[in-house]
Design a protein around this ligand. Structure first.
Ligand code: UDP
Ligand code: MG
Length: 334
């Protein structure tokens, strides 16, 4: 009788539901440590109702099997399987949709570059009044070309974007309920999460952490994907490339006009027209041809993205969800 009553009591205590969303793709090497460290964080005394939504983005290794095994032992873990590899941003969107009812969502990479131990600080900052908490890198472990590319992207994006993002933030962070709802109003297909997070507004704050190397395995975001992601960031948040084209067109036309005036003046003054060399003509033709092709390319970037938006295909397809326990069961068990 008493035990029964004790089991029911937690049902009437409202606890903030915090869901941790993790996209994963071929992460068998880090999964055991990830789950262990997440469980350790969730086991710390707190009044949050935890849930972890792992979104498998079409892994071809044993990731699904490992998560299944873990979820059977610890029902706070859930698995959502996508029908193929849709890419990090789509997998993240799938996770956000699955976690929609939560009071707060924490977005995290699977590779432990975003240390789960920072999660309590994110939650504390949220409860302190921030609707969006960005985990901001105090330091970065990447080196070499990857590091150079990341720094270059942030420098360019900072200048181009109408909604600049902090140079040292990525997807790691927390969204409160209002921010989650705002996210669900964003219909676009080409998604650049940090930019969208800056776009929706709300009171934001930063929590600082040191970004490590990935704990194991290879980066799953290939350089090609990262470049596409960076281009998405630029083209979704800025019209400046189009404006630059207009400016360069005006500039080249002005030069042409000035050259024209120069030759008319020479003619009127009776100066003989000297033959302009082959080299200068070929240089001009190639230069202008290049500028025009770049212009068409930039237009194409916008047009291709518009075509994708117009098609309105879903961002991802869910293949299977591991059975989700009823909310009462989850609460009563805790
Ligand atoms: N990821 C994904 N789908 C992909 C590529 C990556 O879900 O197609 C996940 C990956 O498992 C990891 C996160 O996205 O949890 C970030 O990937 P990664 O660490 O390879 O990228 P980086 O740290 O270079 O941004
Ligand atoms: Mg990583």
């Amino acid at each position: 009788m008493l035990r029964g009553a004790l089991r029911i009591i937690p049902l009437f205590v409202t606890r903030p539901a915090v869901t941790i969303v993790i996209p994963l793709f071929n992460e068998e090497a880090v999964l055991p440590e990830l789950c262990r460290r997440l469980a350790a964080v969730m086991d710390q005394p707190s009044d949050c109702g935890w849930r972890v939504v792992l979104v498998d983005d079409g892994s071809r290794d044993r990731s699904v099997e490992l998560v299944h095994a873990y979820a059977e032992r610890d029902p706070r873990f859930e698995l959502v399987e996508l029908s193929r590899n849709f890419g990090f941003q789509s997998a993240l969107a799938a996770g956000l949709a699955e976690a929609r009812g939560a009071d707060a969502i924490i977005t995290l990479d699977a590779d432990l570059q975003d240390p789960p131990e920072v999660i309590p600080e994110l939650v504390a900052a949220w409860r302190g009044g921030a609707e969006i908490v960005r985990a901001t890198r105090r330091s970065r472990a990447e080196t070499g070309i990857r590091r150079l590319g990341l720094d270059l992207f942030h420098a360019v994006f900072q200048r181009l974007s109408d909604f600049p993002i902090e140079a040292n933030t990525g997807t790691f962070g927390l969204l409160g309920r209002d921010a989650i709802e705002a996210f669900h109003q964003l219909p676009e297909r080409h998604r650049f999460f940090p930019g969208l997070r800056a776009w929706i507004g709300f009171v934001s704050t930063d929590v600082y952490y040191d970004r490590k190397e990935r704990a194991a395995g290879q980066p799953q975001q290939t350089p090609r994907r990262l470049i596409r992601y960076a281009l998405d960031g630029v083209f979704s948040f800025s019209h400046l490339p189009l404006r630059l084209l207009t400016y360069s067109g005006v500039f080249i036309a002005l030069i042409g006009f000035a050259v024209g005036l120069f030759f008319i003046a020479r003619r009127l003054l009776g100066v003989e027209i000297a033959f302009i060399g082959f080299t200068s003509i070929i240089t001009l033709v190639l230069f202008l041809g290049g500028v025009q092709l770049i212009g068409i390319g930039v237009l194409g970037e916008y047009l291709g993205r518009m075509y994708d938006e117009v098609k309105r295909r879903p961002l991802y397809i869910v293949k299977r969800r591991a059975a989700v326990p009823a909310p009462q069961e989850t609460l009563a068990r805790d």
